[in-house]
Write a protein that binds this ligand. Structure first.
Ligand code: BDP
Length: 642
């Protein structure tokens, strides 16, 4: 794996030390196929007899599917059995994770099967540098690992990435931005070779490649007069174009489409609905076993901000719920976990429960667009655990309602992969949750610490920094679920009114008397009515609405008393002082890692923590000052607010 391209690149969670326990043992690998060969290459020398670790693909184990595996240890031999090569690969990496524990004592038979059939990362990488968004939209880790200056990169980095992802259980990636510009659109046709090359290096890791396509491709690339999904010529163009894609990439995954959203073309332009739009692509992909991921992130980003009857939170449900049952089986509706846009705190999107006859995938954001942009340490595992375990309907949680888990990747060509080295833990956690949403986020963090930093680092200090870092970030940024108090455009740092008088639909309605968005049925936008019971009632009720979502659902006076006993205004002051203070503590805790991690990793983390401390103080001061001046209510603890 060591090519020039990888010189100096941090091994993330697969350093040579992670393989210590396996390297010290005699290993036998039985089976054939590309993925079994991958396992063989990982193991190095293998033996035929007297193995202490046996990895075997066998038809003898039932119900493990393509990806499941069985693990046990008996009489000094650790055995991994899989029904298919992919299962063997995942079983192998499971043994890597276990380390010495895989070779200690006896182990009864455990069965491991992925909860989600597709575990996918979306890259928002641009082929040509976008003048506003750069090479990677919302990328905080340097350039793209796929393209540089409009041309495909050396793929050694992509291969190493595939290996890292396989070790977490990820089995699909979309390689280009959902906002598909001209150069990227051509990946579907004359630049298809680049997609095939990426598919080639990821295939040995069981990862299928998907492509974001532009809904207007028949016009842009095919020279047709229309992209109307019901037009016969358009249908034929998609069918033929897709046939060519599969000729080049027989195991191609499918398409991802952002349509009628933030300026992207879509079926609305032709008077058609989104099921019409998705189905034309689904039909083109079906003969080859491909799927289309159709994003539900559809809303009017040019609304009149003075018109309070429109509510961006309502948009996805209003557009999609009436279409339940109209999507093809190989169309997957990709729904962001919250109704607005990857905020630090949002309620769960009601769309996830509203479409029982549709395949729904839940989309998370590993790239920290709204959670500190990889300058702030913010471990998102606890948030995702809450999201996935949320009992949205009386009999199912979000993980049970979703068929797939998808997230926007946080990786770039940075030598630590993720800009902030500690942000690696988020990427690692995503894969692990997609495999098993019931995992404990803090145990996942332990896995990452063990693998990436070694078992001897000050684990307690790392936990003290990261365990609550999401809640810490929440405490010094937008309060009580109101969201979007970020600087317009790049979304870093505070600007309370930055979006307040714009057409983007993200408002807080703060005035001298109160703050928050009234989304009730009784007096507000009616958004609460999109939830199943009991949530429609819980959120509608000022008394029952959880504190952390209060301002998402209700407009309240500053003196409103929370369940915590504090008033809204005092809560704002207290959390902002405490949150900023906490970042100073995080920086102090990191000092304990000095000498335990590589000097350059240490330097990078220190630089980021300094910025986090600075930025948290800026958030504290701007938010507190804003609300003090609006409300005129002094801090009851007498701290200085200007
Ligand atoms: C928003 C991002 C924007 C993305 C959009 C999306 O600011 O860059 O294009 O999400 O998900 O959060 O399509």
């Amino acid at each position: 794996m060591s090519t020039d391209e990888l010189a100096g690149v941090h091994p993330a969670w697969l350093p040579p030390a992670a393989f210590r326990a396996i390297a010290a043992r005699r290993v036998a690998v039985h089976g054939t196929g590309t993925l079994v060969d991958t396992v063989r290459a990982e193991v190095g020398a293998t033996v035929d007899e007297d193995a202490e670790l046996v990895l075997r693909v066998t038809g003898e184990v039932g119900a493990l599917g393509e990806e499941g595996f069985e693990l046990y240890r008996r009489d000094g031999v650790t055995v991994v059995l899989a029904g298919a090569p992919a299962g063997l690969l995942y079983g192998f990496f499971h043994v890597v994770r276990l380390g010495e524990a895989a070779f200690t004592g006896e182990r009864p038979v455990e069965r491991h099967l992925p909860a989600m059939r597709r575990r996918m990362l979306d890259h928002w990488d641009n082929v040509a540098v976008n003048p506003v968004m750069g090479q990677v939209e919302r990328g905080y880790s340097g350039g793209s690992i796929f393209w540089r200056d409009g041309a495909q990169c050396d793929l050694a980095r992509v291969r190493a990435y595939g290996r890292l992802l396989a070790a977490t259980g990820v089995n699909a990636i979309t390689i280009n931005n959902v906002n598909v510009q001209a150069a990227a659109a051509r990946l579907l046709t004359d630049r298809l070779g680049e997609v095939a090359a990426v598919a080639g290096v990821l295939r040995p890791y069981g990862i299928r490649v998907h492509l974001s396509v532009n809904f207007a491709a028949p016009v842009m690339l095919g020279g047709l007069p229309t992209a109307d999904p019901l037009d016969e010529g358009v249908r034929a163009w998609w069918a033929e174009t897709t046939r060519r894609v599969y000729e080049a990439i027989p195991d191609f995954g499918g398409y991802v489409v952002k349509a009628d959203s933030e300026g992207q073309p879509g079926p609305f332009g032709y008077g058609r609905d989104h099921a019409d739009g998705a189905n034309v692509l689904a039909d083109a992909l079906a003969p080859f076993g491909g799927v289309v991921h159709w994003r539900a992130f559809v809303y009017n980003h040019r609304q009149d901000w003075r018109d309070r009857s429109t509510d961006r939170a309502r948009a996805a449900y209003d557009h999609f719920a009436p279409l339940d049952g109209k999507f093809r089986d190989n169309a997957i509706l990709q729904v962001k976990y919250g109704p607005i846009d990857f905020q630090t705190r949002e309620p769960i999107s009601p769309v996830i429960a509203a479409m029982p006859a549709t395949n729904v995938a839940v989309e998370l954001q590993v790239t920290q667009e709204y959670t500190g942009q990889q300058r702030h340490a913010c471990y998102l595992g606890p948030m995702w655990s809450e999201v996935l375990g949320f009992p949205l309907t009386p009999d199912r949680d979000v993980a049970g309602l979703a068929k797939e888990l998808i997230a926007v990747s946080n990786v770039g060509d940075d030598r630590f992969w993720t800009g902030h080295p500690l942000a690696q833990a988020n990427l690692y956690a995503f894969g692990r949750f997609a495999w098993d949403p019931s995992l404990d986020p803090l145990s996942i963090l332990d896995e990452w610490i063990d693998l990436a930093l070694g078992p001897d680092v000050d684990r307690a200090a790392l936990h003290a920094i990261l365990d609550d870092s999401w809640r810490t970030y929440e405490s010094y940024t937008a309060p009580l679920g109101v969201g979007f108090m970020v600087r317009p455009g790049h979304h870093y740092g505070p600007d309370v009114d930055g979006y307040e008088y714009t057409p983007w639909g993200t408002y807080h309605f703060a005035d001298r008397d109160g703050v928050g968005v009234d989304r009730t049925r009784a007096t507000g936008t009616g958004f609460t009515g999109q939830y199943p019971r009991p949530w429609s009632d819980v959120y509608e009720s000022l008394e029952r609405c959880p504190d952390e979502l209060l301002l998402f659902f209700h407009h309240v006076p500053y003196g409103h008393v929370l369940h915590s006993g504090s008033t809204v205004i005092q809560h704002i002051y207290d959390t902002h002082f405490a949150g900023a203070e906490r970042t100073v503590e995080m920086r102090r805790l990191w000092e304990r890692l000095a000498g335990q991690v590589d000097a350059d990793l240490d330097a990078r983390v220190r630089e980021r923590l300094d910025e986090q401390v600075r930025s948290a103080a800026e958030w504290r001061d701007q938010i507190n000052t804003y609300f003090y001046r609006k409300s005129g209510v002094p801090d009851e603890k007498g701290r200085t607010i200007y």
